[in-house]
Design a protein around this ligand. Structure first.
Ligand code: NAD
Ligand code: ZN
Ligand code: ZN
Length: 363
């Protein structure tokens, strides 16, 4: 028996999202249905709505969520009905080239549910990042469910499902930030602030937040930034060198995903430093760099998918740190909203009013 529930759909490029009836099938082999309790509004949802990811409209948006497993399909053993889970968008396959090399965080064949959720008229929906969680119930692959301590409220825990994990992981996993290092983070939204909190957790002693909005810089300080730079009216590269004895940072993280910002990150690092791109560029963006500078500066240029996380390792760890008061998950939640408020949340995101609006579903 399929379920009929309410969910948030982007029907066409740039059009305001609408709340629609969504048909969620019973879970098939390897699948699970999850009663969503909370789902954060991430900039990537807006990218989908704008047609920047692909043209496979209509999309069922939302992908940063926590909830309770309400049904499982045949052969599911990793979770059971009643488990409290965070949804992840990289359920590793264990069999591809990356997995067989032991590099599961790069899995090239991650799993999603085989069946599609649909609109009431049968139109198949593309689930954002293979999840689709601005909805009362969602269908996922069971590997997309990571069980965590139910003592962590869904509003906070759900954020680990995307933006916060991406930012923390960009610093800790991809950037490999170590004790005593210096880090610059460009773009202090949910992802950038998580990179700042992650750098602090890893023991970085100089953490420079860069944004074009003073409010974001204030919030970044609360997350652990030791210095702030408003790059609207200041040369970010010079300012960063000024805070690092003229050398630049060990790790520069672009959490915007824009060529001009990436270029700043590239030049703001010390010799042999690492540049991490975690912001998502649009397909039309290009960058030109003098190859001699790429060579001469040494170090590494890396991109960070989902913070190179392993959900099974990293979600429970971050929930534990949060429960111990060592990771400020609650600080990312600016407002709790309903399914009807997602369009307004996109406006607030664009205008820099929020770190995270979180859709909370009444049970
Ligand atoms: N790699 C991943 O796995 C992953 C996961 C989640 C999100 N993302 C991406 O990360 C990016 C950030 O997401 P978010 O939710 O934090 O978005 P956000 O809109 O909340 O934050 C973006 C921040 O960048 C700032 N900014 C914009 N232009 C700037 C500029 N030129 N210089 C400095 N700062 C600038 C904004 O003021 C804002 O504070 C998005 O591109 C999103 O799609 C990537
Ligand atoms: Zn794999
Ligand atoms: Zn996201």
């Amino acid at each position: 028996m399929a379920y009929e529930v309410k969910g948030v759909v982007a029907r066409s490029k740039g059009a305001p999202v609408t709340v629609e009836t969504i048909v969620v099938p019973d879970p098939g082999p390897g699948e699970a249905v999850v009663d969503v309790q909370a789902c954060g509004v991430c900039a990537t949802d807006l990218h989908y709505r704008e047609g920047n990811i692909n043209d496979e409209f209509p999309f069922l948006l939302g992908h940063e969520a926590a909830g309770v497993v309400s049904a499982v399909g045949q052969g599911v053993t990793n979770v059971q009905v009643g488990d409290y889970v965070i949804l992840n968008w990289r359920a590793v396959c264990g069999q591809c080239r990356a997995c067989l090399k032991g590099e599961l965080q790069y899995c090239f064949n991650t799993h999603n549910a085989a069946q599609k959720m649909t609109l009431a008229d049968g139109t198949e929906l593309s689930a954002a990042l293979g999840i689709g969680a601005f909805v009362e119930k969602t269908l996922v692959h069971s590997g997309q469910c990571t069980k965590v301590d139910p003592a962590a409220p869904a509003t906070a825990a759900g954020l680990l499902g995307c933006g916060v994990m991406a930012g923390v992981g960009a610093a800790i996993n991809t950037g490999g930030v170590r004790r005593g290092e210096s880090v610059a983070v460009f773009g202090c939204g949910g992802v950038g602030d998580a990179a700042i909190a992650g750098a602090k957790l890893a023991g970085a002693t100089t953490i420079i937040a860069v944004d074009i909005d003073d409010r974001k810089l204030e919030w970044a300080r609360k997350m652990g930034a030791t210095h702030t730079v408003n790059s609207k009216d200041t040369d970010a590269v010079e300012a960063i060198k000024g805070h690092t004895n003229g050398f630049g940072v060990d790790v520069a993280i672009d959490a915007v995903g824009h060529p001009a910002v990436f270029e700043q990150a590239f030049y703001a690092r010390d010799l042999a430093g690492r540049v991490v791109l975690v912001g998502v560029p649009t397909p039309d963006m290009t960058i030109t760099l003098p190859l001699i500078e790429v060579f001469g500066r040494g170090g590494a240029i890396k991109s960070s998918w989902y913070g190179d996380c392993l959900p099974s390792r990293d979600f429970p760890m971050l929930v534990d740190l949060y429960r111990q008061g060592r990771f400020p998950l609650d600080q990312f939640v600016t407002e709790a909203i309903g399914l009807d408020d997602v369009e307004e949340a996109f406006d607030n995101l664009r205008q820099g009013e929020v770190l995270r609006s979180v859709v909370v579903l009444d049970k």
